[in-house]
Design a protein around this ligand. Sequence first.
Ligand code: G1P
Length: 293
Amino acid sequence: MTRIRKAIFPVAGLGTRFLPATKAMPKEMLPVVDRPLIQHVVDEAYEAGIEHLVFVTGRNKSVIEDHFDRQFELELTLIERGKKAELALLSDALPEAGTVSFTRQQSPLGLGHAVWCAREIVGHEPFALLLPDVLVKHKRGCLAQMIDAAAELDANANIIAVEEVPSDRVHMYGVVGVGPAKGKAFSITKMVEKPKASEAPSNLSITGRYILQPEIFGILEKQAAGAGGEIQLTDAMLALAATQPFYGLKFEGRSYDCGSKIGFLAANVAYGLDRPDLAPEFRGEIERILKGQ
Ligand code: G1P
């Protein structure tokens, strides 16, 4: 497969499930331990070899742009105070100049429309798409696992990450139908956005990581609204699967749906317990809380 250089991050959502925290702050900036959600997902993209970040933003999202820029006053203060470790943390979040693009989704018409808004920036090459609501925790990031798997697939393959969910939750996700295996992946036979449990083709949900061919943009341009009255990426992917190979990958690792409060809290616990500098004390605190002390 052609090298994947660009990744789209749709960050235009309103974050209503986290009000009032998201009244003046984008949900993508909520911290999991001490990194904003969006930073975790950008880290995953860089690990997979992505070189150019494409953010599809909306109103009230400009602090995301600031987060990926220099902060001169803070840098100067840290230099004056000799705080080298903190300075390193600042530069750690800084992409190389010219490798980040921002475009706006002017109306909340759905994920499919958000992706389409990035068409001019992505151009005619395959790209990755990462939904910042979802964190996948594993020693090798989910997108890197997908790029590894794609190396064994057709040059024009599309590949999406999937995972098993209980059948009483399939209505919250896009769900795929499972065809023959190919390497670590399998052919996708069907895709339905937010199906009723009785109509779901399997219990494998789409997890928010995609590698797509640029032909998706032409389909999205004409895509009618689907589930929830929104222009659904899943519907456009189903149309693309009629003309190009389309695969699912059951990735290794655990996902945290940080678009939900429970998933977000669980991610903070899991990522906190994974930090050598925090884990011993944090574990003790959790144990005390659970014992009601
Ligand atoms: C979106 C996609 C859906 C996918 C989900 C993963 O839905 O449309 O196919 O399963 O993300 O989180 P949303 O969560 O935006 O409703």
